[in-house]
Design a binder for this molecule. Structure first.
Ligand code: ZN
Length: 447
């Protein structure tokens, strides 16, 4: 049976093994050398297109996007360091991280003393390769293991970086899944890192599977997914959508969402936007430990969406934040660092948060003078029948009492300390027996 709404998806979870599917997508994308522009991003977007009907958009080199200019397109064929015997001791084909991202082309011979200036290592983790980029100043370099550097003899080395920087374009992927309302939920993942799993591919995989799920459902909101190079991609998207960005009523940036740590939600700049409250509530309802942290102008593309000229209600959902795991931006952020169960756990928490957004409406109690007689309507079971500790009845009484038209179901769930799902089911029962009526949302009033 194909699910038709989020409620049945959450209840039945009959959409296959999403954790495994996301992990397989990450494994497919992992070897590709991505950067902020170039073939690696396009190849990655084409792979995502095999799951969802993404549109690939191109922004030409030199395009002015607010205070930035879209840079030249970077592509790489090969890169290596050979010793004097001709042996390749560093080979881009072994790891995309070996080359500093956006390295200018170079072909030269040099002794170790000179070459050292272009080698980056992590002395505190001698077996890990660091991830470095040089986007907006032209330079070149290699990233290698500290242990390898220590073993390198004074020799004449041949260095080759076969890259090109040419006028081309910046690519990003976009998919709009229309709902009943034109109001949008924005989901954004960055797609500019090479072989790094948690930082980059976890968000990409979760966003892809969410999009795949939502395309099959009947939805209240329209959902817009964007797969963009960090910073410049978000700024380019905002520049192209400056006049319509206000349609974004809720948004989530997904990053570092597949490690084994607990979930961390970083609130939007607004601090108490509906998305902030919905994600916080979904995390609480999950029963697992979690953290909610305040907005800060560091991190991922929430920095751009929450810049003061837009101030969109966009938060960031992670597991372990980037500053808090030593594998961050190293070769240790690999296929062993992310887990199908963690990816699936994040996925289901987002589904729960979207369920809250979809059903967070306001209602009016139609019999507000005293409590209506629920027993007469057959919806108030005898105390002896209670199998859920009276939760169902408590939910009915909370919804009836608070539904004066000013409180949303999320307000009631927060105030009562009950799960959103229980409050929503109570509202459904009360609507069925005409004790409640819906207060139209502003989108419905203007439709
Ligand atoms: Zn990063």
């Amino acid at each position: 049976m194909n699910p038709t709404n989020l409620e049945s998806v959450i209840r039945d979870r009959n959409i296959g093994d999403v954790g495994k599917e996301m992990y397989e997508l990450i494994s497919t994308l992992y070897p590709i050398c991505r950067s902020i522009t170039g073939k690696g991003v396009r190849d990655s977007l084409h792979i995502i297109q095999s799951h969802v009907p993404l549109e690939i958009r191109e922004v030409r080199t030199g395009t002015q996007v607010f205070d930035w200019t879209v840079p030249q397109e970077w592509n790489i064929n090969d890169a290596y360091i050979k010793d004097s015997s001709g042996e390749k001791i560093v080979d881009f084909k072994q790891s995309t991280l070996h080359v500093v991202g956006y390295s200018a082309p170079v072909k030269a011979k040099m002794r170790l003393g000179e070459l050292r200036k272009y080698l980056h290592t992590l002395p505190e983790h001698p077996d890990w390769i660091p991830y470095r980029t040089s986007y907006y100043t032209e330079s070149w370099g290699f990233c290698i293991r500290e242990r390898q550097l220590r073993a390198m003899k004074d020799d004449l080395y041949e260095v080759c970086i076969d890259t090109s920087l040419t006028n081309g374009s910046l690519s990003f992927g976009e998919l709009l899944i229309p709902g009943k309302e034109a109001n949008e939920v924005l989901i954004s993942a960055h797609i500019c890192h090479p072989s790094l799993c948690n930082d980059n591919l976890s968000g990409v995989a979760i966003a892809t599977l969410l999009a795949k799920l939502l395309t099959r459902l009947s939805l209240r909101y329209s959902y817009r997914f964007i797969f963009i190079p960090a910073t410049i991609g978000a700024i380019a998207w905002l520049a192209a959508n400056e006049r319509t960005a206000s349609k974004v009523k809720h948004g989530l940036v997904l990053a570092c969402a597949g490690d084994s740590g607990q979930s961390t939600y970083k609130k939007s700049r607004r601090n108490d936007a509906e998305i902030d409250r919905a994600v916080s509530h979904a995390l609480k309802d999950s029963g697992a430990p979690y953290r909610v942290i305040d907005f800060s102008p560091f991190g991922y593309d929430e920095r751009q969406f929450c810049s003061p000229g837009f101030n969109l209600p966009v938060g960031c959902l992670m597991r372990t934040p980037h500053a808090e795991f030593s594998e961050y931006h190293t070769s240790a952020d690999n296929l062993d660092f992310v887990h199908p169960e963690s990816l699936a756990d994040t996925f289901w928490k987002i589904v729960s948060a979207f369920f809250i957004l979809e059903h967070n409406k306001r209602y009016l109690n139609r019999k507000p003078q005293g409590e209506p007689q629920l027993g007469r309507r057959g919806i108030y079971r005898a105390v002896a029948d209670q199998t859920d500790g009276g939760g169902r009845e408590r939910a009915l009484l909370w919804v009836l009492n608070q539904s004066d038209g000013s409180k949303s179901l999320l307000d009631i769930a927060d105030q009562s300390g009950m799960e959103f799902g229980a409050i929503k089911r109570a509202a459904d029962v009360l609507l069925d027996c005409e004790l409640l009526k819906e207060v139209p949302t502003s989108a419905e009033r203007s439709a």
